[in-house]
Ligand binder design. Sequence first.
Ligand code: ADP
Ligand code: MG
Length: 700
Amino acid sequence: MRIPELFGSNVFNESVMRERLPEKEFGEVMQVIRSGGQLSMQTADVVAEAMMNWALEKGATHYTHWFQPLNGITAEKHDSFLTYPKEGKTILRLTGKQLIMGEPDASSFPTGGLRSTHYARGYTAWDITSPAFVKEMTAGTILCIPTVFVSYTGEALDNKTPLLRSMQALSAQAVRILHLFGKTDVQKVEPSVGAEQEYFIIDKEKYLKRRDLIYSGRTLFGARAPKGQELEDQYFGVIRDRIGSFMHDLNIELWKMGITATTQHNEVAPAQHELAPIYSPCNVAVDQNQLTMETMKRVATRHNLVCLLHEKPFDGVNGSGKHNNWSLATDQGENLLDPGKTPDRNLQFLLILSCIMAAIDRHADLLRETAANVGNDHRLGADEAPPAIVSIFLGDQLDDLVSQICSSGVAAGCLHGETLDFGVSTLPVLSKDATDRNRTSPFAFTGNKFEFRMVGSSDSVAGANTVLNTIIAEAFCDAADILEQSPDFEHDVRELIAKNMIEHQRIIFNGNSYSEEWVREAARRGLPNLRTMVDAIPALTTEKAVRLFEKFGIFTKNELESRSEILYETFTKVTAIEAHTMSHMAGKHYIPTVIHFITRMADSICKTTEACPEADVSVQKELLMEASRLLADAKAALRTLDDDCEKLNTMDDPKQIALFGNEHIIPDMKALRAPIDRLELIVDKDLWPVPTYGDLMFEV
Ligand code: ADP
Ligand code: MG
């Protein structure tokens, strides 16, 4: 099939609906998608039937309410279209009610105490703004209806509900700002998101030989290969056949589901790659990113490969992240983050920029928290990943504007490429020239969008976008509250821009964010440096955060507390799994191997000396001594790890357990890894029980 026929062929999108729904019902659906409101039950019945018939033609046997619970992945429970046979005749049905609402029970998803298992009612509700699609799997072809997931009492149990709430809040506040600038025809403003996805691909047979990869998605042991990424010969390099054929298949699967996978390339680390889609409305982008990750894993298996989405599968080379490109589009087609040719005179742009500076500075801790997951603790601040400190990179042009405004209250001109223009230049400006690049910044302006680069590769981008939308809604709201009362708009808007920029200039950093100097400088500026997930979780429940989220109806205090509890528990669970895996691997694989090696060495010494008493066996002795010493270190470290894991079981407060895990188990794991990784370099390759870094990263 050619791409135009292929693309979106498994999506129940606008054009399918136009074709298959009666005009009245189609109009009603589009009205709700654009402006909100409720679909009548009669219309829902009509839509459901059309949707089912369309899915049946695609070979679907079941439908599912597809949702995103708080375990970070997507959930689905398949129900067939079958109903009770009438007079021996099978009837297939999807009703409006089934389309709109489901009650999956789903009592085993994390709720952070929001409901106990015996009050397990949870509801899913159709998110009409994200199109339904058909997924082809070995389990059958399934009609997926994107939904939100809430408890019996209406509390959000998923990532989607707060995201949709935040989009609504942001739209309302952005519209207020635009109306102040006379753009009264704007009714809706929507964040656009393009999530670039990094991942590793390795061979499945080798993967299956490593318990750490199987249980935790990353290598918990492993000496560095002689070659890493130092030659930078992988980045943008020619894509090998096996990977190319995986990418080709992946693209086809994604295109069918209407996902605009466009860019593919090799990333910096060996065996690392990236996929970028074309941006779409925020909630659609979130759904599609989840679907992309799931499809990557599925398609890789078909090729006898494994896709690793972990943030740091291998020590010593780059980890994987997700670049969340974010901008704001009005229903009139304007991108509010486009500076235009003369940003110095573009008060609307400057106001929006100043609000974004205020928002990021005020809530840097919250934004950092959205990138907190267990895997990302190994990535942030290591091997070419943004540090755990949030700052904004603006590029020369905007940075110059901010500096001018901060020092004199106004911008008298702006940089165009290399030249400083004092407002008289008539030369055209290419926006690309005005913004250079900074790969080290966690929140970088890239021409007409911001790129948030902290999110981990396995994480949903829902959290980051929920927070971005909400904190920027708050800054817009503050600005609109002032300016709507203003007797002299032009004067007051300039004053507000300057005030915001001066107050929040400290969040701007254009230098090298990977450097040690920046860590010190950020501390001097008072910017938070929340190094680990456990350090970042409290940001969710500060008084400031609760006030923010409650004001805009995104989360109640209760919901925030439950989420923070889930995060602590997740940290502990993942850490415990890793610790147990290490203990297992050390005890069952490495230590016996090393003992075997030492015995072999001892045999060799004895036999050699017996055969030839004058022979020099100093090398064997040295190896034997060193291996024995490292073995003793490993055994001691293993004992400490096991003891500390025991202690975890005696505690019951989720936060205390997580803190203990962070302070003790993580260092214990490092202490166990160190001697084993050294041993790997000593012990014969044919004895070593698992594939090495070299095998995993270079033999795909
Ligand atoms: P860059 O090279 O600056 O990273 P790309 O053009 O490769 O830019 O885009 C990276 C991602 O950003 C893609 O997913 C792209 O669709 C997305 N993107 C481009 N423009 C916008 C925008 N205005 N808003 C949100 N995302 C965008
Ligand atoms: Mg990018």
